[in-house]
Design a protein around this ligand. Sequence first.
Ligand code: PAF
Length: 324
Amino acid sequence: MSIQTQDRVGTTARTPVLARNRVELAELLAGARAAGARVGYVPTMGALHEGHASLMAEARRQVGDDGQVVISIFVNPLQFAPGEDLDRYPRTLDADLEVAASQGVDIVFAPDADEVYPGGVRAGETDEAITVDPGPLATELEGAVRPTHFRGVLTVVAKLFGLVRPDVAVFGEKDYQQLVLVRQMAENLCTGVEVVGAETVREPDGIAMSSRNRNLSPELRRRATMLSQTLRAADGSARWGMDVALESARAELRQAHGVDLDYLEFRLPDLSPVPEELHEETEVRLLIAARLGDTRLIDNMPLILGATRPAARAATPAATEGDS
Ligand code: PAF
């Protein structure tokens, strides 16, 4: 159980208890469950920032002050391909514990790799026989560039769900494809876990918060704002339909230097393709991935696309000019 340190209006600041292995975690959770507490869970790979803090706050909202908020900090080798940035991934446990404390987290589960993969794990590979097949969506978008990534993500999330057995788990919309796949897995494998998405938190200049941002040099960090600027440019003309919005986004990208685009795609909220003709305003996601130096960044934004019947397309230029 956590130690309650301070009461403020509407919140309780708590010192999280650190569980380093499965047994410690199970003991801490048994007490909470016996008391009927709901368990809210945020899986992370550490290097926590305000984006993660907002996920913890959402988990607290979901389970209430009597519930237990658990986070895990585990850099999962299976979701990194050999040669990706597994070794460079920032590891900052002491600072992470402070972020968890600031959000009233009850339990921080920070296991070693052999606690999670007793059969052995390396970058992109495990000696364990069973992993989660993430299905066809995992070969698109991020999966087209990182073909083994979502197998690694869903396998570790399934394991962590099994260890924590949360009522509700919170994932950031920043990794939108991950959120969609985890939600599908939770349903398809009948985990009983409710998966909640939380909005992306951005820096004042628009860049989506990410643990990898700290790997960027000041120059690349400045250029990285192109991702969110591109999304916003598309948003600005989205009511004229997909073609116009994509053209605005591409015009923005043409001004970017040293940004190597992997994809820029509109999808429906479940990440299925957007039909060519829309007969009414439609909620979609615009997703972007690009490389800056040897760092790869992703971002996405929800947009409302206007109808794209031929009449709507023909009216576009004049209507745009008349706008105030
Ligand atoms: O989003 C992340 O940080 C990771 O992919 C996750 C969900 C913790 C699984 O390792």
